[in-house]
Design a protein around this ligand. Structure first.
Ligand code: GRG
Length: 254
């Protein structure tokens, strides 16, 4: 996975306009949002799914990087004063704190647009990604999150799960994986997104923890992790890297 991370970072570095290119402030802000970055879990999933389907990592990297750009855009916008109004992200001032609100808004839009420039070489993936992150997916989930009487499961499926699901699908598609394997990876992605949100709730003492308590949320996370692993049965003993990701997510929530 470390190997994936460094290749993903290298690809992101090549894709992003240099900080010295005009408008410099905007390009600096876009790079600040992406580097040094976080866990890179979504692009790692693209690479791992592609490898599971027999694909070469080189072919998976552009789609993997595009998905990470989208994730970074979502965080920049999520932190804005009109949304969560956060001052810190990944242990540093948020993009709007460092560069101002207007540039942060534009930097997010720049990352999103750049992602689709890359994905335009992969039309089938581009359309799936567009649907997954639009008003019926991630952005819709964010809107549900703002509402008072939210349905937590539906919100997390859309807000977090859709980008996980489409990361797995993108990996399968770049490797030319047939329909059945794609469908299993897709279902695995939904479960993994659910597990990720539950572990995030446990760490932040938010969401499900507020609703049903920490112990029940942990039990739910363990059940979802088991369900996710079941979806990998079709890959027999080759599924270890993805099972390892499940265990890491589960362990981070204790
Ligand atoms: C268009 C104004 C506007 C806002 C859109 C789309 C959106 C805002 C927000 C997306 C929803 C969102 C931020 C979901 C949170 C998912 C989540 C748990 C993010 C943290 O992911 P990690 O832990 O982050 O993978 P790192 O830092 O490791 O990359």
């Amino acid at each position: 996975m470390k190997n994936y991370s460094s290749k993903i970072n290298q690809t992101l570095n090549e894709i992003l306009p240099p900080a010295s290119l005009s408008p410099k402030k905007l390009h600096r802000a876009m790079r600040y949002a992406v580097f040094p970055g976080g866990k890179r879990i979504r692009p790692i999933l693209v690479c791992a799914a592609s490898s599971l389907c027999g694909g070469k990592i080189k072919k998976a990297l552009p789609a993997a990087a595009a998905i990470e750009l989208i994730h970074c855009y979502s965080l920049v916008h999520d932190d804005l004063p009109g949304m969560d109004n956060d001052d810190f992200r990944r242990g540093r001032p948020t993009v709007h704190r460092k560069f101002g609100e207007a540039t942060a808004l534009l930097a997010g839009c720049g990352l999103l647009t750049l992602a689709f420039e890359i994905l335009s070489d992969y039309p089938k993936i581009a359309s799936r990604v567009a649907r997954a992150i639009g008003s019926r997916g991630m952005i819709g989930g964010q809107e549900l999150d703002l509402s008072r009487d939210k349905n937590l499961k539906l919100t997390s499926l859309k807000k977090t799960g859709e980008l996980f699901r489409v990361s797995l699908e993108a990996g399968a598609l770049v490797a030319g994986c047939p329909g059945k394997k794609l469908r299993y990876l897709s279902r695995f992605g939904i479960k993994l997104g659910e597990l990720f949100q539950l572990s995030d709730d446990i760490l932040d003492e938010d969401g499900f923890v507020k609703l049903i308590g920490k112990n029940k949320t942990r039990a739910r996370a363990r059940r979802v992790a088991r369900e996710a692993k079941k979806e990998l049965g079709i890959f027999a003993n080759r599924s270890q890297p993805l099972e390892g990701i499940i265990d890491r997510i589960l362990n981070r929530a204790g």
